[in-house]
Structure formats: structure tokens, C-alpha cells
Ligand binder design. Structure first.
Ligand code: SF4
Ligand code: SF4
Length: 169
């Protein structure tokens, strides 16, 4: 009984000490969106479909990304390229390509599986919508270059001391 009271008191004192230690530290809160937090270069957020320099789409409609997706949120419908309508260098291209961001867990498996590096997860994390249908990003949206100026990317090589100053290199 005495031992339990003693160990309980020690735990309470330990918890109080942690509370006291943090009480005198400056707050960690970032005033988002006024105070933007830079993301790491490898941070994964909204997808983008890439093109080659000559304008052709990298996507060849193979559906490997959809097969690799653990949440089944990618829809790919492929079609054959013709000489009159060539959209990718391969035999086929994606006629329909959609991602349902409500189901996406940003695991990056789709990008890993893609043989042509067509689908890439970039840095835009401002993905909230008022309408659930707007969470489905279409091929047209995915093929547009998407580099919003509110995204700050931090230098992966340089450690920036956090504002609250209790993390070290
Ligand atoms: S990031 Fe993951 S969950 Fe999202 S579309 Fe790609 S494979 Fe699917
Ligand atoms: S994005 Fe890549 S993996 Fe997905 S269908 Fe296109 S080429 Fe295939």
C-alpha cells in the first residue's frame, strides 16, 4: 500500500515537472495562414501529372498507380493514341484520370508505381473544399502546372532552429 502511494506520488511529481517546464517556454502556435510553415522538399501533398518537354503527357494509361493505391481513389480509363491524336509517346494515354482526395492518404504509392514518373505528389496541402465533388481532381486540373505562391519549401540541408528553441540538431 505504502509502495503504491509512493510510486503514485512520484508519477504526479514527474507530470507536474513536465507541466512546469513547458509553462515558461514560448508558445509553439503558428498563426496560420498569416504565419506560413515551410514544408520539406519531400513533403507529399496534392498530385500533379507531368508532361515531357515536348508537351506530350508522361502518363501512358497503364493503371499501375490505380493498382498500387491502397484506398482505390484513382480512376484511369485508357485510350489508344493515333497519328491524328497523339497525347503520349506510348501506344496508349489516359483519356480519363481522376483522384478522389477525400480517400487519399498521401502515401505516395502511386508515384512509386508509375513507370514514367507521370504522377507526382507535390507540396500544396490547402485542399479543403465546401463541396465534396470538388475533392475529385480531374485530369485537366492535374495536368496544369500547380505551384501556388503560398507554399514555402525549406532547405532540406539546413536545419532551421524552431521558434520554440528546444529541438537541437
Ligand atoms: S497517395 Fe496513396 S492513397 Fe493517394 S492516390 Fe496515391 S496511392 Fe492512392
Ligand atoms: S500515372 Fe503512371 S502509373 Fe498511373 S496510369 Fe499514368 S503512367 Fe500508369
Amino acid at each position: 500500500m505504502l509502495r503504491e502511494v509512493w510510486s503514485g506520488s512520484i508519477e504526479i511529481l514527474r507530470a507536474m515537472w513536465i507541466t512546469l517546464k513547458h509553462f515558461f517556454r514560448p508558445p509553439v502556435t503558428n498563426q496560420y495562414p498569416d504565419d506560413r510553415v515551410p514544408v520539406y522538399p519531400r513533403f507529399r501533398a496534392r498530385h500533379v501529372l507531368k508532361r515531357y518537354e515536348n508537351g506530350l503527357e508522361r502518363c501512358i494509361g497503364c493503371s499501375l498507380c490505380a493498382a498500387a493505391c491502397p484506398t482505390d481513389c484513382i480512376l484511369v480509363i485508357a485510350a489508344e493514341n493515333t497519328e491524328e491524336n497523339r497525347r503520349s509517346p506510348g501506344e496508349r494515354y489516359a483519356e480519363v484520370y481522376e483522384i478522389n482526395l477525400l480517400r487519399c492518404i498521401f502515401c505516395g504509392y502511386c508515384a512509386e508505381a508509375c513507370p514514367t514518373e507521370a504522377i507526382v505528389l507535390e507540396h500544396d496541402f490547402e485542399l479543403s473544399t465546401h463541396n465534396r465533388w470538388d475533392a475529385i481532381i480531374t485530369q485537366e486540373e492535374l495536368l496544369e502546372p500547380h505551384e501556388p505562391d503560398y507554399i514555402l519549401i525549406r532547405d532540406d540541408q539546413v536545419w532551421v532552429e524552431p521558434k520554440w528553441g528546444h529541438l537541437t540538431k
